[in-house]
Design a protein around this ligand. Structure first.
Ligand SMILES: C[S@@+](CC[C@H](N)C(=O)[O-])C[C@H]1O[C@@H](n2cnc3c(N)ncnc32)[C@H](O)[C@@H]1O
Length: 386
């Protein structure tokens, strides 16, 4: 077991839910706005960066000192650690949180030089997912003062989000439809992981995932990254063909052999015959209404959406396995005096067998009029009294 520091992206609540769903045995302790501590086996931590969508960086705690340590001693410790790693360190130190006097990369470099060795450093902004330590063999160090416990933690980078790879799936797939709005791949991955993690806590085996509003297939591709078999459908034939093209591109690009079936279907009138098996994970971003609705039309827009969502949830029951988990986006518009959302549906859905598992988590892009609420339900046949 080792201690690790994990730096979540801006979607901290969603990132945390993703982590906790996939690793229910690992206790997260919040240290700073985006920084958390946990203990885990190395083999588990090593795989995390390839799995998680909402994590920017992962560090391993390599040393713990009293937080009364002098700057000079701390620099000596850091230099000893770096020289142990490499004869010519390429490094960066980030200090997160309160109660630390600033230590410069230059001070560390000077002491390395005094030891007769060469060193280079780079400046690292922890909230940016710097690629440096991913691409080069750079050592990114982090210090954190735990304050009450009187400890200063020194941690070294273990993994960084592979931004190029995320961008590849976001930008380079053959079919895109930005007018309809596309789910960011990282959000799709978090939704999949949350649903998958919750499902795995009760069930075993290989679940089947379905996105009934697949659009360009973002959810399907991210599910492919998790080696899940998928069904996808859309009411727009262009989206059906486009998602198929994207899936074929994905299989080639990533050399993955994923079972996929993508077809035309109105989500509120599902035909179970199209499905090769029942569904365990339903992960989707339905039509959210216009991207920039006027204030005056919002009441009607939300009425229409409520009808479509309810119809779709009713129709899902014909293809869901008992114990299926649903991660779905609800639209939300906040005006100065009024909020429009579909939260009113939650009670109605309960009568149909859908139980809300956690409070909806808000995901809002800066400047976007329609925000997304990520809602998580479990489906139980017994409580479906229709
Ligand atoms: C917001 S887009 C989904 C985007 C998708 N998550 C992506 O990243 O590309 C919503 C999709 O729902 C589809 N849609 C709208 N009403 C539908 C219905 N009743 N049944 C099935 N699909 C529908 C639209 O054609 C559109 O492709």
């Amino acid at each position: 077991m080792s201690n690790f520091l994990i730096l979540f992206g801006n979607t901290t609540l969603l990132s945390k839910l993703e982590f906790e769903s996939l690793y229910p045995g690992l206790n997260l302790k919040q240290l700073d706005e985006h920084l958390f501590l946990f203990a885990a086996e190395n083999a588990v931590a090593e795989k995390m960066m390839d799995i998680l969508g909402g994590t920017v960086k992962l560090y391993e705690v390599v040393k713990e000192f009293s937080n009364q340590i002098s700057d000079k001693e701390l620099i000596e410790e850091i230099v000893a650690f770096l020289l142990n790693q490499s004869n010519e360190p390429y490094f960066s130190l980030t200090q997160i949180g309160k109660g630390q006097r600033s230590i410069s990369n230059a001070d560390i470099k000077d002491l390395i030089k005094e030891n007769g060795k060469k060193a280079r450093y780079f400046s690292s902004n922890p909230s940016e997912s710097a690629l440096l330590s991913h691409k080069s063999r750079a050592t990114e160090l982090l210090t954190f003062n735990t304050m009450q416990e009187g400890k200063l933690l020194l941690a070294s980078i273990k993994g960084v989000q592979d931004i190029d790879d995320w961008t590849n799936r976001d930008r380079n797939k053959p079919y895109a439809d930005r007018k309809k709005g596309m789910l960011p791949p990282k959000v799709a991955r978090m939704m999949i992981n949350i649903a998958l993690g919750v499902w795995q806590q009760k069930k075993s085996g290989k679940p089947m995932l379905y996105d009934p509003f697949c659009g360009t297939g973002t959810v399907l591709l991210e599910a492919g990254m998790r080696d899940l078999a998928v069904h996808g459908s859309d009411i727009d034939q262009k989206a059906v063909f486009g998602s198929r093209d994207n899936m074929e591109w994905f299989k080639q690009e990533y050399g993955r052999d994923i079972t996929s079936k993508i077809f035309y279907m109105d989500a509120s009138h599902i035909n179970p015959e199209e499905f090769t098996s029942k569904i365990d994970l339903l992960v989707t971003e339905p039509f959210l209404g216009k991207q920039t609705p006027h204030d005056g039309e919002l009441a009607n827009v939300f009425k229409g959406l409520e009808k479509m969502y309810l119809g779709s949830f009713k129709s899902f029951t014909s293809i869901l396995n008992d114990g299926a988990v649903i991660a779905i986006v609800f639209p939300r518009v906040q005006l100065s005096k009024r909020t429009y959302s579909l939260e009113g549906l939650i009670d109605k859905l309960k009568a149909k067998g859908y139980n809300l598992l956690v409070d909806p988590v808000l995901y809002a892009r800066e400047g976007a009029r329609v925000a997304r609420q990520i809602c998580l339900f479990s489906y139980s046949r017994q409580t479906n009294n229709t």
